[in-house]
Write a new protein. Sequence first.
Length: 144
Amino acid sequence: MARRRPHARPTSRVAARASARGFSLLELMLVLAIIGILMAVAAVNVLGAGDRAKKRATQATLATIKTQINSYHLTYSSYPPDLRTLVVAKYLEDGKLRDGWGADLFYDANGRTKDQPFYLGSAGPDKAVGNEDDIDVWRMNDQP
């Protein structure tokens, strides 16, 4: 008499396949699609954070220069004719005259109104003056 093994493995292909562990191609494709979507969302958020950081850096630079222009005015009773004067008079370092996008800041000692005795601003990300993305030192806290 032949002895039977107590825990014999299934011999048919169907039974062997059913007991095998792993992922189907559909499951793998679904996981890859989800990972791709998550990476796209993360990339959009990371790239947007860079622009926001440049805008904040520009606003901080403009606020610093505004303070130094007012200090110059208190000392000399006039506004500097250009921003280079602040560097020569040691009110600012030379590198502070650019915005977050690397473009020169705009300054005009002749202000628009009594409340805005000078114009100081940045052309913004597109580096073209006169657009909606311009950053003006007098209105930058009102801009989103």
